[in-house]
Unconditional design. Sequence first.
Length: 170
Amino acid sequence: MSAEGRNARLPAGTSSPSACKFIANCYSSAYTIVYPADSAGDLDGGIMVDDGKGSLAKSFGYAFQGIAACIRQERNMKIHVSAAVLVTAAGTLLRISVPEWIVCLILFGLIISLEMMNTAVESVVDLVTDEYKPLAKRAKDAAAGAVLVSAIMAAVIGCIIFIPRIAALF
């Protein structure tokens, strides 16, 4: 097969088979770091083997480990979780309606999920490079910006829900 034929099947933004190998090696290295072989030996050559036994339970276990690690280790995640607890307390005290609770719960999930994605992007960028690179900065800044936009919108929506109820108390 010609070089043009091989390159035609590469993902957008890659220009050579070596770029694809680099990306695959980065992914494989990151996966091996995150999911080291356990005593059952569920890894085969750095690739997880789905033996069909307990893989769903392991997936949920890894997900809960990720959530717990973000809450323990990330300052901004602690701030978002604390804000969710305070909003929950305020919503309970002010007796917000069911639709308002639904909006609050969706916003909690959105912001906390975006914060975890921001942490994942930052971790992967840090794993791949130790030196300053403009694209690495752009990736980190964009992920942080996504969290900021959602947090600002959540604050605006929170004001719309809570200010009238607080004002009615006076």
